[in-house]
Structure formats: structure tokens, C-alpha cells
Design a protein around this ligand. Structure first.
Ligand SMILES: O=C(O)CCC(=O)C(=O)O
Length: 386
């Protein structure tokens, strides 16, 4: 179903007002759930099973206070630096959208969209996984013609992101959810500038396992969403809790039944800066045009269970077909070990995470300028997509 013409041509202010009741109701429901708190461990050093059970129940969990203020400042500064280094004019298209390149980086790291637009909904992009167009309010006069919406390849763009990738508590959660041989996906930054940020239309991630005989609620892994600023009902990602267990959901029907893009049962994933959300990729999720006054910057890092990747033949969203052999997976997973070492050199008082597949080969993956060039630069050409 397409959103009505009236909604498509509303102003940013009217959009924010139209969202008001939905946001208030969603916020109330979100805050009433028992799925937030710090990362806790049992006496044996395992991630608390209550946390894991609630993650599996709702499909997401908000880990509070994971990133301390010094690290948060480093991350914010790095994101702002990378944004400031972008060429003024996009020079290429990626999946039909304006993008810009950076010297030495093969995959264009900067992606743009029209302010408050919906670049994906109702199109065939991302394998057509966003079936419904969201309303695109008219930005206020004087807004730029394009806004930066995404950075691709966080780890070679920003050293602070590489160190964050080695965070022991986050890796402990990845291990608890996906097993000790967990496998990386990709790392991107979602930018939702106030009054400009485009929507990401409702969708479920994942491409390869929906029809598998052994499909389950964890089949397409999860994303960590690390929040550099508060995530609110106006700027944040919304989800339908529990939908990660429902298989492929008919999103067009959900929107039709709800009478608008404001899907019934949807709630925002609300949290503070420094909090980290773990979000199942199979959840029905999306974010609205950011007609609010608040910026959101989210660093995404995703992980999969090894058994869901090995032997799979697929293609990157914009690329050629390939098969994920053990060697290919190992090659991309080296970045986890590199990140653990980079973090160890920077946060000397912290106990580093032990990534089981690399026990014994830590010395081959030390963080140094040689490995920046040999392992890290253009690492994201080896991202894994299932
Ligand atoms: O951060 C957002 O607005 C969208 C995130 C998303 O759709 C995803 O991680 O798959």
C-alpha cells in the first residue's frame, strides 16, 4: 500500500505532529518491557541467561551504559571527522543512490539521500526487501538538497570503531548468542540528522535462510546498534517485538491493516547515548523520516552463527555471487582478532576478549601500521551477506 498523497506532501512539522500519538503510545510500551539493563554475567563468567532469554523473546535488548564517556567522545569525534572529509559532491551511484568515494578506499563510503525522503521503500533495491513507501515530508526551506545517511566500512574509516569492535562485553554477547565461532557481517554508520534524516522503510533483513528446513529465530544473526546520541521515538529504529520468530512477514498487509505506515504493535527502540541495542535481523523494523530536532548516529556491527554462513552461496547486496568457504570466513574474521588487539593497546586496564577461532594465532593479527595496510584497508570488500 502506498501512503496517501496528503501524507507524502506534509511539512516536517505536520509529520512530527501526525506521529505524536503513535510515538507516545509506542514509547510507553517500549519502556514497559523488561529488556533493558547493563550486560551482566553469572559467577562462572557467562552472559546472564535472563538477558539472553529476553533477547530471544522480544528480538532485541537494550544494554545500558556499555560505552563510557571517553570512548564515546573518541567515537563522536571520529564520525564528525569522517563526515567533514567527504567530498562536497557525490561522484558515483550505489544502487541508484548518490555516493562519494575516498582515496584508497575501494567501496564508496559515503551514501546520500534527499532530506526526509524514503530512498528504499517500494523499490527493488536491497533485493526489494522494503515493500512499502514511507511518507516523505517536505523539509524546511533552506535545507540542503542531499543529506549524508550512511557510512560504509566503519573499521577502516575510524580507529575508534576498530577498537569498539573489540569490546569484550559485546563480543561476549556475540559468543553467547551465536556460539564461540561467531562470524562477522558488516559495519556501517546510520546518520539521521535532525529535520533531514531519511526513513529506512519497514523490512526484515536476511536473504538466504527464510525457506530453509532448519530455519529458526536466529537464522540471520543480529546487529549491535551502538548509539552515539540518544535514540528516541522520533529518530530511532522501530520494531515489531517477537516478529523475528514469525518467518517472512507480509509487511504490505501489516501496513494496510494498520491504515498507515504507523504499524500497529510497532515500538521504538529507545535508549541513551552509550547504550547498545542488540537487534535480531529478522525483526520487522524500520525508521521514520527524522522530522524531530534530535540527531541520531548509530554504529552497526553484525554477527552470524558460523553454521549459517559456511558453504552458503550468495551475493553481496550490490555484488557478484560467491561461496563462503571456511578460508573465506576465517579471512574476514581476522578483523575481530585485529580489533581485540587494537583495543588492548588502547584500554590497557581492560580484560581482553578471547576469540576462540584465533587462539594460538594472535601474533599474526597484531594491530600495527603494516596490518592496517595488509589486513584492514578495504577489509569490507570481504563483508559477508546472508
Ligand atoms: O538505523 C536505521 O535507521 C535503520 C537500521 C536498519 O534498518 C538495519 O540495521 O537493518
Amino acid at each position: 500500500m502506498n501512503t496517501s498523497k496528503k501524507e507524502q506532501s506534509i511539512s516536517a512539522g505536520d509529520h512530527a505532529r501526525a506521529m505524536g500519538d503513535y510515538m507516545r503510545a509506542g514509547t510507553g510500551k517500549a519502556l514497559a518491557l523488561d529488556n533493558r539493563g547493563p550486560i551482566r554475567y553469572t559467577k562462572a563468567g557467562k552472559v546472564d541467561t535472563t538477558i539472553l532469554n529476553r533477547y530471544w523473546k522480544y528480538g532485541f535488548y537494550v544494554f545500558q551504559n556499555v560505552i563510557q564517556s571517553d570512548e564515546l567522545s573518541e567515537l563522536r569525534q571520529d564520525v564528525d571527522r569522517v563526515i567533514s572529509e567527504a567530498p562536497i559532491e557525490p561522484s558515483v551511484l550505489v544502487q541508484g543512490l548518490p555516493a562519494a568515494t575516498k582515496a584508497g578506499i575501494a567501496r564508496p563510503p559515503y551514501r546520500f539521500a534527499k532530506p526526509l525522503s524514503d530512498p528504499l521503500g517500494g523499490t527493488t533495491r536491497n533485493r526489494g526487501r522494503h515493500p512499502v513507501k514511507m511518507s516523505s515530508p517536505v523539509p524546511t526551506q533552506g535545507s540542503p538538497s542531499l543529506t549524508m545517511e550512511l557510512l560504509h566500512g566503519n573499521l577502516h574509516l575510524m580507529d575508534s570503531c576498530l577498537r569498539l569492535y573489540g569490546h569484550p562485553d559485546l563480543l561476549a554477547v556475540a559468543e553467547a548468542v551465536n556460539g564461540p565461532d561467531f562470524v562477522p557481517y558488516n559495519e556501517v554508520t546510520f546518520l539521521k540528522e535532525p529535520g533531514l534524516g531519511p526513513s529506512v522503510a519497514w523490512h526484515q533483513d536476511g536473504a538466504t535462510h527464510w525457506g530453509a528446513a532448519d530455519w529458526d529465530e536466529g537464522a540471520h544473526g543480529f546487529n549491535f546498534m551502538i548509539q552515539l546520541y540518544p535514540s528516541t521515538a522520533g529518530n530511532g529504529v522501530w520494531v515489531v517485538p517477537g516478529s523475528h520468530k514469525m518467518g517472512k512477514v507480509n509487511i504490505s498487509k501489516l501496513v494496510e491493516q494498520s491504515g498507515s505506515e504507523r504499524i500497529e504493535g510497532g515500538i521504538p527502540m529507545i535508549c541513551d547515548s552509550g547504550d547498545v541495542i542488540i537487534s535480531n535481523r529478522q525483526l520487522v523494523h524500520g525508521s521514520f523520516a527524522n522530522s524531530s530536532r534530535n540527531r541520531r548516529v548509530t554504529l552497526n556491527e553484525g554477527f552470524f552463527p558460523f553454521k549459517r554462513v559456511v558453504g552458503v552461496e550468495t551475493s553481496q547486496l550490490d555484488g557478484e555471487s560467491e561461496q563462503y568457504t571456511k578460508e573465506r570466513i576465517h579471512d574476514r574474521s581476522r578483523i575481530i582478532e585485529l580489533a581485540i588487539n587494537a583495543r588492548k593497546q588502547h584500554f590497557r586496564n581492560e580484560k581482553p576478549f578471547t576469540y576462540k577461532p584465533f587462539v594460538g594465532s594472535e601474533e599474526d593479527n597484531l594491530w600495527c601500521e603494516k596490518n592496517r595496510l595488509e589486513l584492514l584497508e578495504n577489509y569490507n570488500l570481504k563483508d559477508i551477506y546472508i
